[in-house]
Design a protein around this ligand. Sequence first.
Ligand code: AMP
Length: 227
Amino acid sequence: MRAGALGWDRSRMRKYVIMGVQGSGKGTQCTLMRHDLELTHISVGDILRWHVQQHTKIGALVRRTMAAGELVGDDLVESIVRDRLAQHDWNYGFLIDGFPRNVRQAGFFLESYDIDGVIHLDLPDEEVQKRVLSRRLCAACGMDYNLISDRPEVEGKCDVCGGRLVTRDDDTPEALAARLRDYYGKTEPVLELFRRKEYVLTVDARPDPATVQKAIRAGLNLPAYAA
Ligand code: AMP
């Protein structure tokens, strides 16, 4: 990491990108990071899923592509990111998850925003399959569960809101294979580009979420995580 990225100063705005293969725990780590650090979590996948659920025009455009595990067009994704960041509700900074996913998106992003660091969650392929295929999501509030490591108290029901737990349309073996292909073919080069700029903190994503969160905070010199 660059020396300038170190040290926690509440008055300074932070901008982080979180990257990692599907199932590496990006969403979970963002949740653990955002509250006390007051970072705004921006997940491009969540925004797109909202459009699909609400049957918007954008939802109709992306539904099939997403269900197949393929990447949505760059123009559309870039305009979503531009509009989301233009809301300026990120007074203390943001954590962007699921973007950039290819070199073109990275160019677009770096033209407009300087970043403090890239958190790379590293997970071996054999773990990815196991985690993704056991992932469940609350259809009502979006809370994530995992049938191996983070089971709901009552089977099929969200602990928080009682909503029904469903499988993401793109958490099938076929869609996962497509997403892994895109990750290694298109997203890994982005990581290389960020590495050359010395932005990247790579963290082992295999341990439990709290351990991973502690490693992220230690690596970025952020205030310690209190579970
Ligand atoms: P995620 O929740 O990040 O796994 O994203 C779910 C799906 O949304 C992906 O499989 C893509 O279809 C789409 N998506 C999310 N982010 C992007 C992006 N930056 N570029 C293109 N498609 C994206």
